[in-house]
Design a protein around this ligand. Structure first.
Ligand code: COA
Ligand code: AMP
Length: 630
């Protein structure tokens, strides 16, 4: 009952509840109240307080007795490197980089885009921005130059910090040419770029614009932490919406730190001084929250892992890291476990390592399928905690508070709402449905601290995308149900967003790219089920009249185009040419019906379909590329 009381209190008395949690962090000026609702439905938290995120993540631990504790462990099987940094070392490196940025004019409120792989310098860059009150926007390395350009034009950064390259198994990702291409494409130009040269590839610097990471820090004065208002944006993180234009999710400083601080012990059951490992990427929200800010805020040790679950060098890598560093809580996406299970179904490699330090495994980012959960539970002999959240929320909406009150795990459910989240399932008219009934998952406003207060310079889009469908609620975009015990089940998305290997992608964005191919007249992209990645994008192409070229050639070009424009992360490899697309009489493409055909599910012919015969043509086209798969 402890959890139930806690949750009830967080909903009934948000101000009191969150002011109490606020004591976990350091303030320059403490808050007098938590919630500011004058601009409802736009809500703000801790607006009258002042603080600094970098201080909370680093300096206060240095001052408070953790100076010589390891803050960060870098383990990179792809470059055969390992290194550790104490809190003091990390603070000094961050202060020095912040000094270099400050010397070149970066100040509070300026944006800084960061385009880096999983190396300690990525965290240093983020924390250096936070130190100055500059707003960072990290772009995932698997995105192409055009996606980077879109984000540069939206965030309008004063500076960009990048690495010369990233390392993917079997290939070097040439970041610098991608960065140069993006700046060329973008209308907004940064004043300067700071480039971290990796020994695997030394990039050509552009005179007058690019600065070398080390050289620009020579002789500069280390920067102190700059206090910011509680609602000052710590970062902007772009995420996929239904169109090719990504949404710039704003993360306000104070609420985020307060919420993250609550989760570290109560949800992830980590104590200060212990090792917490999240195998994700700093380019995603999971990385922002649980590789960078939360573990450091909590005085724990974070692991920066540059590698893959398999092939770097084998399916035992995760277990080696848990053994080597004594990881107590481990967080990753289900797809990583599916990859391991496929290589090592009997779990022989797990048995070769001592993983006894581990207390629980946490999975999020996509649906945790029961087979994977059961396999992980059996092999690791720890609870497997599925939890559900989004870029927008910054921390778990639903989870299982292992460090507060470990609730029974129900496989297939990310358990129950975390404090401050009043989760409801609504019908189309916005009315709550009965337990067990499927509907749109919405959260009653206000959302708790740490969640998005707005979209970057796009308030109208924020209201339209999230608050308009169900007045008084935030629309999550996910559909599902709540059972009799209050456990939530996530079943599907209600929009055109798909989830590929835990990465959120917009089918609309891919359609925009495909439609730009000169031979493509019309197209549709759907997400089909995939045993490894959860979903894969699949494109249907209708060619322009008179195009007599080999269809295979057009498909190859279309695949290359998506990789070039969006990036390898889209994992777009499947496409097929069809004569026409199934549509309703009013012209809406019946994507959900095509998904069912591709996944081999029973199809009820929609009553609104214009011409049912098209469904046979679609089925035939899908069979030609092996769908539904066995
Ligand atoms: N920079 C550049 N390219 C990247 C990249 C990065 N940071 N991350 C991925 N890519 C590339 C991959 O190399 C791959 O390219 P390819 O088409 O040339 O092979 C492509 O993007 C697709 O990547 P991915 O979907 O990740 O597939 P994969 O085959 O490389 O790996 C898994 C499959 C399951 C091992 C991998 O997806 C994984 O480890 N996932 C963990 C999930 C995760 O961290 N999710 C984050 C949210 S919690
Ligand atoms: P992202 O913003 O990239 O983190 O993606 C968020 C989306 O991923 C959610 O809206 C869900 O669709 C999906 N998702 C995240 N976690 C889970 C989970 N535990 N179970 C099911 N879907 C999830």
């Amino acid at each position: 009952m402890r959890y139930a009381d806690l949750h009830r209190r967080s909903i009934e008395d948000p101000d009191g509840f969150w002011l109490e949690q606020a004591q976990a962090i350091d303030w320059v000026q403490p808050p007098t109240r938590a919630l500011f609702d004058q601009r409802a439905p736009i809500y703000e938290w801790f607006r009258d307080a002042r603080l600094n995120a970098c201080w909370n993540a680093l300096d206060r631990h240095v001052e408070g007795g953790r100076a010589d504790q390891t803050a960060l462990i870098y383990d990179s099987p792809v470059t055969d490197a390992k290194q550790t940094y104490t809190y003091r070392e990390l603070r000094d490196r961050v202060a020095s980089l912040a000094g270099a940025l400050k010397a070149r004019g970066v100040q509070k409120g300026d944006r800084v885009v960061i385009y880096m792989p999983m190396i300690p310098q990525a965290l240093e860059a983020m924390l250096a921005c936070a130190r100055l009150g500059a707003i960072h926007s990290v772009v995932f390395g698997g995105f192409a130059a055009r996606e980077l350009a879109t984000r540069i034009d939206d965030a309008k950064p004063r500076a960009i910090i990048a690495a010369s390259c990233g390392i993917e198994p079997g290939r070097v990702v040439h970041y610098k040419p991608l960065l140069d291409g993006a700046i060329e494409m973008a209308t907004h130009k940064p004043e300067f770029c700071v480039i971290f040269q990796r020994e695997q590839e030394v990039a050509q610097l552009i005179e007058g614009r690019d600065l070398d990471w080390h050289e620009c820090q020579v002789g500069v004065e280390p920067a102190d932490c700059v206090p910011v208002d509680g609602d000052h944006p710590l970062y902007i993180l772009y995420t996929s919406g239904t169109t090719g234009q990504p949404k710039g999710v704003i993360r306000a400083t104070a609420g985020y730190l307060v919420a993250l601080a609550w989760t570290m012990k109560n949800h992830y059951n980590v104590n200060p001084g212990e090792v917490f490992w999240t195998a994700s990427d700093v380019g995603w929200v999971v990385g922002h929250s649980y590789i960078v800010y939360a573990p450091l805020l909590h005085g724990a040790t974070t692991v920066v892992f540059e590698g893959k679950p398999v092939g770097t060098p084998d399916a035992g890598t995760f277990w080696r890291i848990i053994q080597e560093y004594g990881v107590v809580s481990f967080f990753t996406a289900p797809t990583a476990f599916r990859a391991i299970k496929r290589e090592d179904p009997a779990g022989e490699m797990v048995a070769q390592y001592d993983t006894s330090s581990l207390r629980a495994l946490y999975l999020a980012g996509e649906r945790a399928d029961p087979d994977t959960v059961i396999w992980a539970q059996e092999k690791l002999q720890v609870p497997v905690v599925d939890h559900w959240w989004q870029t927008e929320t910054g921390w778990p909406i639903c989870g299982n508070p292992q460090g507060y009150e470990a609730l029974p795990v129900k496989i297939g459910s990310p358990s129950v709402p975390m404090p401050g989240y009043d989760v409801r399932v609504l019908d189309e008219g916005g009315h709550p449905v009965a337990p067990g009934e499927l509907g749109a998952i919405a959260i009653r406003l206000p959302l708790p601290p740490g969640t998005l207060p707005n979209l970057w310079q796009a308030e109208e889009r924020f209201v339209k995308s999230y608050l308009a469908a169900f007045p008084g609620y935030y629309e999550t975009g996910d559909a599902g149900y709540i059972d009799e015990d209050g456990y939530l089940y996530i079943m599907a998305r209600t929009d055109d967003v798909i989830n590929v290997a835990g990465h959120r992608l917009s089918t609309g964005g891919m359609e925009e790219v495909l439609a730009s191919h000169p031979d493509v007249g019309e197209c549709a992209v759907i997400g089909v089920a995939d045993a490894l990645k959860g979903q894969l994008p699949l494109g249907f192409l209708c060619l322009n009249k008179g195009v007599a070229r080999d269809h295979g050639e057009v498909v190859r070009e279309a695949v290359a185009l998506v990789r070039e424009k969006i990036g390898p992360v889209a994992a777009f490899r499947l496409a097929v040419v069809v004569d026409r697309l199934p549509k309703t009489r009013s012209g809406k493409i019946l994507r959900a019906t095509m998904v069912k055909i591709a996944d081999g599910e029973d199809v009820t012919v929609p009553a609104t379909i214009d011409d049912p015969a098209i469904l046979d043509e679609i089925a035939q086209a899908l069979r030609s590329i092996g769908y539904p798969s066995a």
